[in-house]
Ligand binder design. Structure first.
Ligand SMILES: [Zn+2]
Length: 376
């Protein structure tokens, strides 16, 4: 059986493995060495090839009695690059005062450590627990969680519920969980014209006015009013490019890029179609790239389990939010209901990323409560 101080040691061991995305090797060796003694069957595999792979992933499962419920803990052990200006080494975990410093302390090796500690404290006969851990969440995420989902489907290991350990808390541990996330689509726009001299416009075809009119129409779109759980979808113009250094030349082409974050009143395909129609109307072309569909686990039994566990340990009920960027929950939703809950995110992706030792220990107790209630 584990005890709460194990979580700090687990977090330190994981942080000490340099695992800038995509993570391979030692950080998975370290995680496997934690899970195997707890009775987990650990399966590791490498998926994909260049340019978005290869990526290492880990699926571990400890089966309860036949027919028992199955909770999956999901997350990643890759981290963003260390950047500059650290007080101590980014991959040399260091306790200073009440904090543990190191890259990944909150996003999300601290949460992985808390999940392992919680699993150690949940009796094996309580039910089936699994870990879905990728080495590519911070990167392209093409061969990470999606490959893990394929593997689980092949093996028929479909969880009933999935908890993702992303750092969702804001000002203090427990103040926010994510019950959904918006989807994301980026569209590359281009208008072809015909090059010529500014003084002889009848011999040229300027693409810029058509691109400007296209962007004005796109920018004026009101996609929706939001829903009970989601803010309104928004479309932002993120890039404009003509690249014309001459003052007397009408350019041959003009390009732009837009990014849409959308709620569950849309699909990526529907928005891609809408933007393409507007681009074509102005004589341009559109190349949409859908990077994620929205997901929503409507408030109900699972959110109640998470909320009760958080409140029992912290005294506050978490806000059920759908804010923020995309996460791997956009893929996991295909398996079962998904909720994200984890550490305060103030220092994630920054120098001197740090987690409060007390938060780590509280998180273990929260995850343990969630597991026991989810498996009951
Ligand atoms: Zn993360």
């Amino acid at each position: 059986m584990g005890n709460s101080s194990d979580v700090v040691s687990y977090a330190e061991q994981l942080i000490a493995c340099k695992s800038v995305t995509p993570a391979r090797g030692s950080v998975f060796d370290t995680l496997e060495a934690m899970l195997a003694p707890l009775g987990f069957a650990v399966h590791r595999f490498v998926a994909g090839g260049a340019p978005d792979g290869p990526v290492e992933n880990l699926f571990a499962i400890r089966r309860g009695l036949p027919g028992s419920r199955h909770l999956a803990f999901a997350g990643h052990v890759d981290v963003v690059p260390e950047g500059e200006g650290w007080t101590s080494g980014a991959f040399t975990p260091e306790r200073r005062g009440a904090l543990l410093y190191g890259r990944g302390a909150v996003d999300m090796k601290g949460a992985i450590a808390a999940m392992v500690s919680a699993a150690a404290e949940v009796p094996a006969q309580a039910g089936t627990l699994s870990f879905i851990v990728t080495g590519d969440e911070e990167g392209p995420a093409v061969y990470g969680t999606r490959a893990l989902i394929d593997l689980m489907r092949e093996r028929g290991e479909i969880p009933d519920l999935c908890l993702v350990g992303e750092p969702t808390s804001v000002n203090r541990l427990g103040d926010m969980m994510k019950i959904g996330r918006r989807g994301s689509v980026n569209v590359f726009l281009e208008v072809e014209g015909s090059e010529g001299h500014v003084a002889y416009p009848h011999l040229a075809d300027n693409p810029i006015p058509r691109l400007v009119a296209m962007l004005a129409e796109l920018d004026a779109l009101e996609l929706d009013q939001g829903t009970e759980w989601f803010q309104p979808s928004n479309l932002e113009i993120t890039e404009l490019e003509v690249g014309n250094p001459a003052t007397n030349v009408i350019p041959a082409r003009a390009k732009a890029r837009i990014s849409i974050r959308f709620n569950d009143t849309h699909t990526g395909a529907e928005l891609a179609q809408k933007v393409t129609e507007i681009a074509n109307k102005h004589g341009g072309m559109a190349r949409p790239i859908i990077s994620g569909e929205p997901f929503l686990t409507p408030p109900g039994a699972f959110s109640e389990i998470v909320s009760s566990a958080v409140e029992a340990e912290t005294g506050i009920a978490p806000e059920a939010s759908t804010s923020g960027g995309t996460s791997d929950a956009r893929f996991l939703r295909a398996l079962c209901p998904v909720i994200e809950f984890g550490l305060p995110n103030a220092t994630m992706h920054k120098r001197d990323e740090a987690v409060a030792l007390e938060d780590l220990e509280t998180l273990v107790r929260i995850y343990r409560r969630i597991a026991l209630a989810a498996l009951a």
